[in-house]
Design a protein around this ligand. Sequence first.
Ligand code: KIV
Length: 272
Amino acid sequence: MVTNNKNYKRITTNSLLEFKNNGEKISMLTAYDYTLAKIIDNAGIDIILVGDSASNVMAGHETTLPITLDEMIYHASSVVRAVDRALVVVDMPFGTYQGNSKKALDSAIRIMKETGGHTVKLEGGSEIIDSVKRILSAGIPVMGHLGLTPQSIYKFGTYTVRAKEEEEANKLIEDAKLLEEAGCYAIVLEKIPSKLAKKVAEILNIPVIGIGAGPDVDGQVLVLHDMLGMNHEFNPRFLRRYLNLYDEITKGVKQYISDVKKVDFPNQDEQY
Ligand code: KIV
């Protein structure tokens, strides 16, 4: 049975589990600012991820590593002020949770207190499980993230598909089970073979949300600026562009420049 998601006044981690159990797919997009968060929340998106992809998309860094906890808190609090319905998930940035569960808990508490976000997301499996457990012990819901984990880009060396080989696929399955057993409420799987993602979604009771992980998972996530076509450079196979805002915005700005130069703007009706 497919539920009508308009029945959900506010999406919670429990609603996501109901979606999975009812066979309704979960929709998730990133946002980093008030204005776009308001639009996608009003459009009915289920989850808004304040992703550390803000490091690339907002700040122009090459990787997600440089973004700081203070910067993530700024983005997340802007998003939270806009949102009435969606579950707001905040990425914990690189260096705030790895190898030190006390620091992880302190970072997660800052995110929850200073942003009003609803949950945090961490990248990794067995390596970060102590941090995951400690954050969960404080009553903070945790979303996991396995497969291509961009904070480990210098370990991987490339942004290519992960877990194609049996050994890495088996570790991913074990990590997914570990995260579920620890108490995570959902997991993101990024850029892995569809067959493997399907298997993980079947094994786990919690929702599995894919990006470049095929259709047989419980939901999909994309970076908002990518799916709106706000850049031309990023062209992975998994990306579907729903608009071409780069060209639309360029067109509008060029028209504005021309109108200003010609003194066509402002006209009689556009002045006091
Ligand atoms: O930071 C991000 O945008 C993400 C998504 C790609 C899942 O983690």
